[in-house]
Design a protein. Structure first.
Length: 200
């Protein structure tokens, strides 16, 4: 029978695939501007987090399974971005003109809380398993939440008004192209990283 640590390690290893599958599922289910905007934002936020890692160069805790810098945690940032973006979209969705609609129904509130709680739990696994310090995951999660809030603000205050004024459809086409490009680059990076992890 596997130990608790082995079970947690397996859950942690599957997190990126579960999250990636969920994002792909939402993109296929809800093929519209808001979904593309969220996906594009998550890739840009991941790149921003990587830049901060390079600039800060803070080591992971002693004995960590990885040697690259750990501040801020990329996993925590991604989980923070996606979970808070989804929670905000459930509680405060935009109408077509960019106005927020307050919709705090019980089911929406419970779903938002469940999404955030799950993301925090998956984030804390990184500390429990020795990949990061608590500060590294806290900063990473906070960076993700802040990035999601800013990205949603830009969606409502910049993108939607510009879309309403664009009679040519080029803005929407540009969003779809940018999202496809960003998702492809991100997928290649994830697969390359996975391949390098398997090498001896």
């Amino acid at each position: 029978m596997p130990t608790l640590r082995v079970v947690l390690a397996r859950i942690n290893a599957g997190t990126k695939w579960i999250v990636s599958g969920a994002v792909l599922g939402v993109l296929l289910w809800r093929r519209h501007d808001a979904t593309c905007w969220a996906l594009l934002g998550s890739v840009l936020a991941a790149a921003n987090c990587k830049l901060w890692k390079i600039l800060l160069k803070q080591s992971r805790p002693a004995g960590a399974p990885k040697l690259d810098p750990g501040m801020p945690s990329s996993h925590a940032q991604s989980l923070g971005f996606l979970s808070s973006y989804a929670a905000l979209d459930l509680i405060l969705p935009f109408d077509d003109s960019g106005v927020r609609l307050w919709q705090p129904g019980v089911s929406r509130s419970l779903a938002a809380a469940g999404i955030l709680g799950s993301a925090m739990g998956f984030t804390w696994l990184r500390v429990t398993l020795g990949f990061h310090t608590s500060a590294q995951v806290t900063v990473g999660f906070g960076l993700g939440v802040a990035s999601a809030a800013l990205w949603q603000l830009l969606y409502g205050s910049v993108y939607l008004p510009a879309l309403a004024a664009d009679a040519t459809g080029r803005l929407r086409l540009g969003l779809y192209a940018a999202t496809a490009f960003a998702a492809t680059v991100f997928a290649i990076k994830v697969l390359r990283d996975r391949h390098s992890e398997k090498e001896p």
